[in-house]
Design a protein around this ligand. Structure first.
Ligand code: SF4
Length: 395
């Protein structure tokens, strides 16, 4: 599948509120919604303080947290201010995430009027027992209702987030969710493997032995099931967790915004904990909402820290992010960027992985095969250490 890459910038806005924390989530958000009005004011002010004259944006992504805790007139204030403060192209992809537990039909119609043209719905599962395990605030019925409301409100470009790899999850169980998802014919699907992030209640449950994780082999089998099922149902995998519906203009179903992160395009992040990247520099905002508001109310940018990536860090990121994409590492780009021939430099690792059918070099790209994608992290570490025998043990 031919993907179009743009080096235009992306604008990300982090809404740091959730009605309740999900048990697996380590994204920054607070459940004290009384801060919403002050935060909104601060966010609008941050846009004025930050405004990047040199960049041209073709995506705006309102994520979180739970952006749908804000009503449509408030989202309208955000999109309007963003267009006033940044050079956003008229045909930009403008996404907001919504949680089926907080979104209503009237709100969705209002989001469209506010310029939102892509909706990412945090479904996670169509089965109540899974939603209960994950600690989601919404029910299975609310997930269906939110999708139907989105369609009624006129959203054609919708994406669903789903999670798999829950304890004891069978192939049948996961196929049930995938089947329900494709019945709605979404433009995009993100299928994330459940991870046990430190500091989350799920991680504590794991440490205390209350939660038994699914065995690695079963998780890998579910990963392969995902790819096979979605390819059979008209989707193509363009990134390790992301699938776009194939259509006449299939490339438009890819998340243009998320591609920014994997192709190292510039992006600006606003709101607490949001990261920005303008090569070779990365910087990020303070991750505590009160501190964020205080900084802005006293006229300061809420930047917590910044780093300038060394050549080596850039190279590692280039490999890791390139391998996440199914099209792989662009060898011409790699040579131009780092002045070295990727295939020649890593010939031992590539030939070892090639023998096992985990990687292939086709024309100007070096990409993981379907079998290889299962081992993304271990394979990346092989390239980083260039030590085949070390990393072989991990596969
Ligand atoms: S709704 Fe999303 S951001 Fe909020 S706690 Fe759940 S997973 Fe995390």
């Amino acid at each position: 599948m031919n993907l179009q890459f743009s080096q235009n910038a992306g604008l990300y806005i982090h809404i740091p509120f959730c009605v309740k924390k999900c048990l697996y989530c380590d994204f920054y958000s607070v459940t004290d919604l009384s801060l919403k009005p002050r935060f909104l004011k601060a966010l609008l002010r941050e846009m004025e303080l930050v405004s990047q004259e040199g960049l041209c944006f073709d995506t705006l992504y309102i994520g979180g947290g739970t952006p749908s805790v804000y009503e449509y007139d408030e989202i309208d204030l955000i999109t309007t201010k963003a267009f006033q403060s940044f050079n956003i192209l008229p045909d930009a992809e403008i996404t907001t995430e919504v949680n089926p537990g907080t979104v209503k039909f009237e709100q969705l119609g209002g989001y469209r009027k506010a310029g939102i043209n892509r909706l990412n719905i945090g479904v996670q599962s169509f089965q109540q027992k899974n939603l209960d395990f994950l600690g989601r605030i919404h029910t299975e019925n609310e997930a269906h209702r939110a999708i139907e409301d989105a369609h009624r409100a006129g959203f054609e470009n919708t994406g669903f987030d789903l999670i798999y790899g829950l304890p004891d999850q069978s192939k049948q169980d996961w196929l049930h969710d995938l089947n329900k998802a494709v019945e709605y014919n979404p433009a995009h699907l993100s299928c994330y493997m459940l991870t046990y992030e430190k500091g989350t209640p799920l991680h504590s449950g794991l440490k205390a032995g209350r939660v038994q994780p699914l065995a690695d082999d079963n998780i890998r089998a579910l990963f392969e099931t995902t790819i096979e099922f979605l390819e059979d149902h008209g989707y193509f995998q363009y990134e390790i967790s992301n699938f776009a519906r194939i259509g006449k203009e299939s490339e438009t179903h890819v998340s243009r915004h998320n591609l920014k992160y994997w192709t190292r395009a510039p992006y600006i992040g606003l709101g607490p904990s949001a990261h920005s990247f303008i090569e070779p520099q990365r910087y990020w905002n303070v991750s505590i909402v009160d501190k964020y508001i205080e900084a802005i109310e006293s006229g300061r940018l809420p930047v917590a820290d910044r780093e300038v990536l060394s050549e080596e860090q850039q190279l590692i990121e280039g490999i890791y992010l390139g391998l996440r994409m199914t099209r792989g590492i662009d060898l011409v780009w790699f040579r131009e960027k780092f002045g070295i021939d990727f295939v020649e430099t890593f010939k031992e690792v590539i030939s070892d992985l090639g023998r096992r059918n985990y990687i292939e070099v086709v024309k100007n790209h070096c990409a993981l095969t379907r079998q290889g994608r299962v081992f993304l992290d271990s394979i990346t570490s092989m390239f980083v250490s260039r030590n085949v025998s070390d990393a072989e043990a991990k596969i």
